[in-house]
Design a protein around this ligand. Sequence first.
Ligand code: FAD
Length: 391
Amino acid sequence: MTPPFEIIIIGGGCAGLSLAMRLSKFPEEKKVLIVESRSEYRNDRTWCFWGNDSAQMRHLVSHRWESVSLQTPDRKVKVDCRTAPYEMISAETFYSAALQQISQNPCIELATGTALSSEPWKDGNLWRIETSDGQRSGRILIDTRPSLPVHAGEAVLWQSFLGQEIECDASAFDPTSASLMKFLSIEDGRIPFVYVLPFSARRALVEFTVFSPVPLVPDELSQGLELGITAEVGSAKYSVRRTEHGILPMGLTKPTLRAEASSVRVGVSSGGARPSSGFAFQRIQRWAEACAEALLAGEGPVAHTPDSWSLSAMDNLFLRVLRSRPELSPNLYLSLFGVKNPHSLIRFMSDQSTLADCASVALSLPPWPFIAEIPNFLLGRSYKIAGGLST
Ligand SMILES: Cc1cc2nc3c(=O)[nH]c(=O)nc-3n(C[C@H](O)[C@H](O)[C@H](O)COP(=O)(O)OP(=O)(O)OC[C@H]3O[C@@H](n4cnc5c(N)ncnc54)[C@H](O)[C@@H]3O)c2cc1C
């Protein structure tokens, strides 16, 4: 049987590879195994974040926008974000940088095309896993698998999106500004909008996104995407370079469990995603930094740091208002981004807010919908589970 590893990481996606990159500084005799079910890495997503001082991996950024906008059919808010631009890393750049760095340490083994076939179990002081390539064991287990299938009641709202990177035969985009939310009509508790990342006047990623109590599969989003692209490009002809789809939890309703001091569950379904936005890339980087530091110091693995009480209360209340009064959401978002000092909002969205930032964000919003939701929030009233979904 293969000798035990010091650390087993299940899942070589954003969280698994981010940790492994930091662990490439691990002393040679400590062996690390990453078990990854996919056989090859594809350019399957783009990661955006605000490029402020706390942001990591900025050397991999391929595009940045110094202004962003949000709009409804009759109102537009444009935010100048030159001091903390909206930045993008493409998955292919990240994966190749991670694989290159990991390959420099012969003690880190990346087993692609290898899936976990049952749940890990503890055997004495070792974790054992059964994989498609046989049994493996390790002293520390870091599980980054997303929870699949996802079930509606596991999050207050779900952010489902389908996007295509397109190339037009004529100019159709303003490459100086990213369009974060172009709101469409709200129906059946669903909040739909189009997100556009323009890379040039002819090339952009256009994404049709829906916040809703139930997660949505690509088929349910494809018509919205087609209409969204047509509205963006008008009569220009276009070709599709690649497609991406995601379902992100917004406000998990179940706490994430840490089974043992020698094992931890992390990633987008385990506290890695910011509840009010679903954004996870920078939170995962901060976790990877902290976890690698703990492991390099000979301590146990660490989970994602829980949000402060104030941040988590604000996110929770905001999501509850979106869910109970979806028709208000376009104006709530436009009020948020219309805040006098957008840097307060950017720090708030990047988990770096001070109390003054929280106050400034709260004051930018109309109070009544939030006041009306406070009794439900304080009583912890949960939402009726609307059904499930398998992906
Ligand atoms: C299309 C898309 C766009 C996104 N855009 C942004 C963005 O702009 N900004 C932002 O902050 N966040 C964004 N996110 C959210 C988040 O940052 C990503 O989902 C991120 O990849 C989460 O990292 P993770 O490690 O938790 O999950 P993943 O990156 O999905 O990694 C999990 C890994 O586990 C592997 N795995 C699963 N099951 C098994 C098994 N049984 N055995 C072995 N391996 C297994 C998977 O193959 C995968 O590689 C986006 C997500 C998606 C899907």
